[in-house]
Design a protein around this ligand. Structure first.
Ligand code: SD4
Length: 306
């Protein structure tokens, strides 16, 4: 029997975000409203280095945010490289609802947000500024590998933070059985200015097909874009793969291209099918995800390749 409403989301901060989504789902609200409300919790929290307020800046000190949302009718909205706006996911929602377009980037996205009542805010916090200044001392340009265990200790650790989080990707099914998803991030730490990852790319960081289910991604975005990760997983589920099998197949495709490179990075996939069955798979140990339904409020651990 199908399990819904249900909401699932990436990493430890997914637990809090799911509560925000659940408030909408429990009242009979739409999944698309639930995922927007859910990831807004993480965007505003300011207690992590990877989403919204307090997200690590690019190498020039600019916090540039990427986000997207997808509803149950192939509706899509996305913003890329958006600065000084607290809730990129809500700007993405407006792009979906109020424009004939799907993606707005940079200054255009910000102008659209401001014209729709969003306020300019400084997203660089004392902690993220400090981390950037630290990085500037060496300013070694190498994409942060983001393997949780390494980020928590040794030379890659960031001051005072446990690094068990990255992008938030969220998938939900509402009481009507409709599926939607959202994804939001500050992207790779100290990236080149203008760099966009997988998170706001429909089909890479997020994809939803209401007949089948949805998928989302976290980790090194370049690897996810290459294989059109989220869309791949949804199509595999269409062919009969379970969510976990589909996520595993996507991970294996990344490994196949370069086992040596794959060993040094983290990518995690999370999927939910139309029946409310969830699954995950990642490259490295340490990928957690949060699940909330009427019968379950729990953290799960994604199985890992290495
Ligand atoms: C991205 N998936 O921009 C996101 C988040 C990240 O290392 O920081 N990855 O690629």
């Amino acid at each position: 029997s199908a399990v819904f409403p249900i909401v699932i989301s990436t990493w430890d901060f997914g637990r809090e975000a799911n509560e925000g989504a659940w408030a909408v789902l429990a009242k009979g609200g739409r999944a698309v409203d639930a995922v927007e409300a859910g990831v807004r919790v993480t965007e505003a929290a300011g207690n992590n280095f990877t989403v919204g307020l307090g997200g690590l800046p690019d190498r020039d000190g600019r916090v540039t945010l990427d986000a997207c949302i997808m509803d149950d009718k192939y509706g899509c909205g996305s913003v890329m490289c958006l600065e000084n706006i607290l809730h990129p996911v809500s700007v993405a929602r407006l792009v979906m609802d109020k424009t004939p377009h799907i993606i707005l980037v940079g200054e255009g996205a910000q102008a659209f947000a401001l014209a729709n009542g969003f306020k300019k805010v400084d997203l660089l916090t004392p902690a993220s500024k400090k981390a950037w200044k630290e990085w500037l001392k060496t300013s070694k340009y190498e994409p942060v590998i983001n393997i949780e265990n390494k980020m928590n200790s040794g030379k890659d650790s960031l001051p005072g933070r446990k690094y068990n989080h990255d992008t938030i990707g969220m998938l939900a099914i509402d009481q009507q059985g409709n599926v939607s998803g959202a994804c939001t991030t500050s992207g790779m730490a100290f990236k080149m200015q203008g760099r966009v990852g997988d998170s706001p790319v429909i089909g890479a960081g997020l994809y939803v097909d209401n007949e089948i289910g949805g998928a989302t991604a976290t980790g090194v975005g370049e690897e996810v874009i290459r294989i059109a990760g989220a869309h791949l997983i949804v199509e595999l589920m269409r062919q009969g793969f379970t969510p976990q099998q589909a996520c595993r197949e996507a991970v294996e495709r990344i490994v196949k291209r370069s086992p040596a490179k794959a060993k040094e990075m983290q990518v995690g996939f999370l999927a939910l099918n139309k029946q409310g069955v969830h699954g995950a798979f990642c490259l490295q140990e340490g990928f957690s995800y949060a699940v909330k339904s009427a019968s379950e409020t729990q953290m799960h651990t994604g199985q890992h390749y290495f």
